[in-house]
Ligand binder design. Structure first.
Ligand code: HEC
Length: 178
């Protein structure tokens, strides 16, 4: 049976070797920080778990206001067209010059990504570190962000024509349900 002191020395030496390895790796510049070089599957899985747990813990207690009113969807439409479509696309908007070069790749929100309103609100307000997703809470108030949440929830069911009208701020499309 190794003594406690011996185990301690082995653990400390292992940690020291790992720390030296990490510092050497970072200092060597061998890691490619370019957005056109993708993560390995293991790193990607760690980042995804880190992101999802961080967001879940911070968003679970957020009180969701009434979002079904068409006025919220309409108000969110012009904001979405101004701030989001270049990265997240929309019905009838299937590409942008900005989107292909982004990594992580922004989800196409016209394909039904937003199911949890609390999670969407938190992400839009606070953004996501080390990705291109901005923290809109720095420039938009909570009520405006909820309008955007109401709008994105309705995106997958919209036709290109309905999207176009809402993006322009037309009240003609007030029949769209989120
Ligand atoms: C410059 C590009 C960019 C802009 C502009 C942008 N986003 Fe994002 N967004 C991203 C990226 C990249 C991700 C994915 C981040 C990740 O995977 O970690 C993301 C993630 C999201 C998600 C989470 C999707 C999911 O279910 O995982 C939502 C919701 C979202 N954005 C909404 C918006 C809204 C609404 C706007 C406009 C107010 C917006 N984004 C503007 C790049 C952008």
């Amino acid at each position: 049976m190794p003594s406690v002191a011996k185990v301690g020395i082995v653990v400390a030496s292992t940690l020291l070797v790992l720390a030296i390895g990490a510092v050497t790796f970072i200092g060597s510049g061998v890691y490619n920080i370019g957005a056109d070089d993708h993560h390995t599957a293991v790193v990607l899985a760690i980042i995804k778990r880190l992101r999802e747990r961080s967001i879940a813990v911070r968003s679970s207690a957020i009180a969701v206001p009434e979002l079904d009113d068409a006025a919220h969807v309409e108000a969110g439409g012009t904001r979405y067209a101004a701030h989001c479509v270049g990265c997240h696309l929309a019905p009838g908007v299937s590409k942008s010059d900005l989107r292909p070069g982004l990594y992580p790749h922004p989800p196409d929100l016209a394909q039904g990504e937003v199911v949890n309103a609390q999670r969407a609100f938190w992400i839009i307000k606070h953004g996501i570190k080390m990705s291109a997703m901005p923290a809109w809470g720095k420039s938009l108030d909570d009520a405006t962000i909820w309008d955007i949440v109401a709008f994105v929830r309705g995106l997958p069911a919209m036709t290109p024509e309905q999207y176009r009208r809402l993006a322009q701020g037309s009240r003609e499309s007030s029949t769209i349900e989120p």
